[in-house]
Design a protein around this ligand. Structure first.
Ligand code: AMP
Ligand code: ZN
Length: 485
């Protein structure tokens, strides 16, 4: 079976086909860094991670681009309200960029703890003002803009397919008109590409542009940065469902207006909300839960990851501490089973990276049936609840040879991201001195960094130095494992 994704554009399941052979360009809307991410936001990034890892397992080379919004995002997505970054900086008595740096780090700290892999490219809006200005010029040259009240607007009436993504009908368009009416707009859905007349005298960050001193609207950053890194047409774009009617609708309009190419993006994926007591968890409403608050209450971040995976990304997920307790217990049972297998096998030999892809050698074994079920689950529009059930079925099978079962579990976990190999490693390294384990772990981390920076000499040096001490490193499915010779 092929990977099937539910495409918001057209509202149907479609077999995934990449634009270029073996390569996928994916853009996921990143955080607005004026506050901590709440656990609802993190749902969006766990989906991105599952998507990337599912595609990687299917042999694609994925370029995953994520923006960091540090300018231009007003509290209303339709240009109404206050500037989120400026407001946060003022409240905290700090500079805007200082606030942005602080919450960007906090964001990656959270995603790291959730085993979400770093995107291939992370791009800050304030570093890409030139790309935004160039794109706006193209839109202007093609006649899609007007200047009014000091701001440059996109004229949606010039773009006939406006609203196709959101299936916007005229009554919804009128409903949109009621919120935050801006009298400079010719149509309520027109949106700002460049502000020069800020509503706020305290606008901290401004740049020169052909339209005057000012700053970009929020939507243009995603069009400019995605096209810079992925080309004028690319495969997949994702975000929360709140982005369908305004942000993504506007992104499509301005991108296709600029290039004249359709479709700009082939597949649109949107995650449903995490809700609490039937209400959407939101940053601006305040009173939200962060990952750290869960940790402070005694949960492991991966309990929360497990909780998220237990729901399908297109269904609303109701958060409660009872449900999180359930996830914690389930994860604990999972770990117990992995540890029991690890006791039986001793350290297992790693298998080569290419074998982790579907059809690889490691799968020609008794457990391949479970892997097939697992992959079929992800093929069904990334059904993580079914994929988790596949992992459970494997680990419940007392007949499965332990080594094969563990290898298959680690292979599945390469997508699920529950750090099962680390748990097995705890068993294998139990008798070691904790300080020694810490030292080896730090060296493994240095080697990983060196490899990431393509400093293979240094990486090999670390491996060799450890070998001299009788420690063998094995690059396995969920990272590097070590064992004594
Ligand atoms: P923001 O940092 O506000 O731009 O949002 C980051 C991402 O989180 C976006 O993709 C939003 O659509 C998504 N998001 C916001 N609130 C929720 C929620 N309660 N549940 C799931 N996703 C959300
Ligand atoms: Zn975006």
């Amino acid at each position: 079976m092929a990977l099937t994704l539910y495409n918001t554009l057209g509202r149907e399941f479609q077999a995934f086909e990449s634009l270029g052979p073996g390569k996928v360009g994916f853009y996921g809307c990143g955080p607005t860094v004026y506050n901590y991410a709440h656990i609802g936001n993190l749902r969006a990034y766990v989906l991105h991670d599952i998507l990337v890892k599912t595609l990687t397992r299917r042999g694609y080379e994925v370029t995953y681009v994520m923006n960091i919004t540090d300018v231009g995002h007003l509290s209303g997505d339709n240009d109404s309200g206050e500037d989120k970054m400026v407001k946060s900086a003022e409240e905290r008595g700090k500079g805007v960029l200082e606030i942005a740096d602080f919450y960007t780090q906090a964001f990656f700290n959270d995603t790291g703890r959730l085993n979400i892999e770093r995107p291939t490219v992370v791009c800050k809006a304030t570093d890409h003002i030139d790309a935004m200005i160039s794109l706006i010029k193209r839109i202007e040259d093609r006649g899609f803009t007007y200047f009014s009240g000091g701001n440059l607007y996109f004229d949606v009436s010039r773009f006939p397919s406006y609203g196709d993504l959101a299936l916007l009908r005229s009554e919804e368009l009128r409903a949109g008109a009621r919120t935050g009416l801006d009298e400079n707009k010719r149509n309520p859905q027109d949106f700002v590409l460049w502000f020069t007349k800020s509503k706020f005298e305290n606008q901290a960050l401004v740049w020169d542009s052909p339209w005057g001193h000012g700053y970009p609207g929020w939507h243009i950053e995603c069009s400019a940065m995605s096209m810079k890194y992925l080309g004028e047409q690319f495969d997949i774009h994702a975000g929360g469902i709140d982005h369908i009617p305004i942000h993504h609708t506007n992104e499509i309009a301005q991108s296709e207006a600029a290039t004249g190419k359709h479709p700009w993006v082939r597949y649109w994926l949107h995650n449903e909300f995490l809700v609490i007591d039937k209400g959407k968890m939101s940053k601006s409403a305040g009173g939200f839960l962060t990952l750290q608050s869960l940790v402070d209450s005694g949960y492991d971040p991966l309990d929360y990851r497990y909780f998220l995976l237990s729901g399908h990304y297109r269904s609303q997920l109701q958060f409660s501490f009872e449900a999180l307790d359930g996830a914690r217990n389930a994860r604990k049972s999972l770990i117990d089973r992995v540890k029991a297998l690890a006791e039986k096998t001793g350290p297992i030999l790693a298998f080569e990276e290419k074998n982790l892809q579907m059809g690889g050698k490691a799968e020609a074994c008794k457990t391949s049936g479970y892997l097939e079920t697992f992959d079929a689950a992800l093929d069904e529009d990334l059904s993580t609840p079914k994929a988790l059930a596949g992992l459970w079925a494997l680990l419940r099978d007392t007949e499965a040879p332990p080594k094969k079962a563990l290898e298959a579990a680690f292979t599945m976990d390469r997508v699920l991201g529950l750090a099962l190999a680390k748990e097995a490693e705890r068993v294998w390294n139990r008798k070691e001195d904790p300080d020694f384990i810490r030292e080896i772990t730090a060296l493994i981390e240095n080697r990983r960094e060196a490899k990431k920076n393509k400093d293979f000499g240094k990486a090999d040096g670390i491996r060799e130095a450890l070998k001299k001490r009788g420690i063998i490193l094995e690059d396995g499915p969920t990272g590097t494992l070590w064992r004594r010779e």
